[in-house]
Design a protein around this ligand. Structure first.
Ligand SMILES: *Cc1c(COP(=O)(O)O)cnc(C)c1O
Length: 371
């Protein structure tokens, strides 16, 4: 049996043509024309006025936190079940991350638990949409409004997703995306901040570009970073964006096919296809081993490896990260739902290039492994 990788991107549209254009014209740095084009087209796609392309989704979060002026003495509420980039951006800014457990069905932040975490120090809520289903964001926006908090929306896993008729990425004071090769559209490495606020957009542009000043270029009032995206990356982005609708439809097909093939395995909790606010776009197809299965996800991953099937474990909770515990963060925090799915969850091949017959092979192997 041929190996089935956990992710393989699909690059058979205009990617080659636009990349060649970069090389033939010599525009390979961040000054090239594809960068602006990608920013404008992507921002328009999520209904925002400004897009600021950066080198990846992790630094997009760092720039978002900095642009909002979050720092020492501030608290930011976020889900514990997410990628390290979210909490790292908060900690690196000198602020304190405050985590919330997740919902056992959607794996997103349990929004009902947010209000009890708000203190006079709370400055922002970082909403992270997980694995293809958005967070139920309306109640979060209401809380932000009630307490005067900023919203950072991490929509890295939500390209093309819609929440109650509005695009994901349209909800934050600043929203961020990643274009890593496992996201719905990719630039190899890359990210984007989007916002409607002109001042915030200018701040993000400045922070991404070392805070050079227009007049006195090499005199810096503030420290920024070089987080610029290259024209080569943006060329890929423009080509990929042309196919976003097609890609979302394909992912939905994959997710529904997996669900059809796996729903007769009693030990598996499958992703929800639909809630009353959104339809899953299956960024990845996640599985959680139910209590009756006598082993955890590490074992399932090893067994699927024997069939040459690529998998990844679920995120590990922020409050259980040794790197943060060593800093004295998250003493006495407990989030039972997230702790459990972190240990019993994993995802199976979900990349854009995955074929229907590969989906069937993965399902067959799962029937043998989880009995
Ligand atoms: C992928 C991802 C990121 C990080 O993006 P990179 O481009 O890999 O740095 C951040 N947040 C979420 C939710 C992600 O899925």
């Amino acid at each position: 049996m041929n190996p089935i990788p956990v992710n393989e991107p699909l690059l058979n549209g205009n990617e080659k043509k636009y990349l060649l254009e970069c090389i033939e014209t010599g525009w390979i740095s961040s000054e090239g024309p594809f960068v602006k084009q990608f920013e404008e087209q992507f921002a328009a796609r999520v209904g925002r006025k400004y897009g600021i392309a950066v080198s990846n989704g992790s630094v997009a979060l760092e720039a978002a936190v900095a642009a909002l002026g979050i720092g020492k003495g501030d608290e930011v509420i976020l889900p514990t079940f997410t990628i390290i980039s979210c909490a790292a951006a908060i900690v690196r800014a000198g602020a304190t991350p405050v985590v919330v457990d997740c919902d056992r069905h959607t794996w997103n932040m349990d929004v009902g638990q947010i209000e009890s975490k708000i203190t006079p120090k709370t400055k922002a809520i970082m909403v992270v949409h997980i694995y293809g289903l958005p967070t139920d964001i309306e109640p979060v926006l209401a809380l932000a409004n009630k307490y005067g908090l900023k919203i950072i929306e991490d929509a890295a896993e939500m390209h093309g997703q819609i929440y109650k008729g509005s695009p994901c990425g349209s909800f934050g004071d600043i929203s961020t995306f990643s274009f890593y090769p496992n996201k719905h559209i990719t630039t190899g490495e890359g990210g984007m901040l989007v916002t409607d606020d002109e001042k915030l957009a200018e701040r993000c542009c400045s922070l991404r570009n070392l805070c050079f000043q227009p007049q006195k270029r090499f005199v810096h009032e503030e420290l920024g970073w070089n987080y610029r995206m290259t024209n080569l990356q943006a060329a890929l982005g423009v080509a990929q964006l042309e196919r976003l609708d097609e890609f979302v439809a394909r992912k939905r097909h994959m997710g529904q096919r997996y669900t059809e093939l796996l729903s007769d395995i009693p030990g598996l909790q499958l992703p929800i296809n639909k809630t009353d606010y959104a339809e899953n776009i299956y960024w990845v197809y996640g599985l959680v081993l139910k209590d009756e299965v006598p082993f955890e996800s590490i074992d399932a991953i090893l067994r699927l490896g024997e069939y040459k099937i690529g998998t990844r474990p679920f995120f590990w909770c922020m409050h259980e990260q040794p790197a943060f515990r060593k800093m004295g963060l998250f003493d006495d925090v407990s989030c039972p739902v997230a702790e459990k799915i972190a240990r019993r969850g994993f995802y199976i091949p979900s990349g854009m290039a995955l074929k229907d017959d590969q989906i069937e092979e993965v399902a067959k192997a799962l029937h043998e492994v989880i009995t």
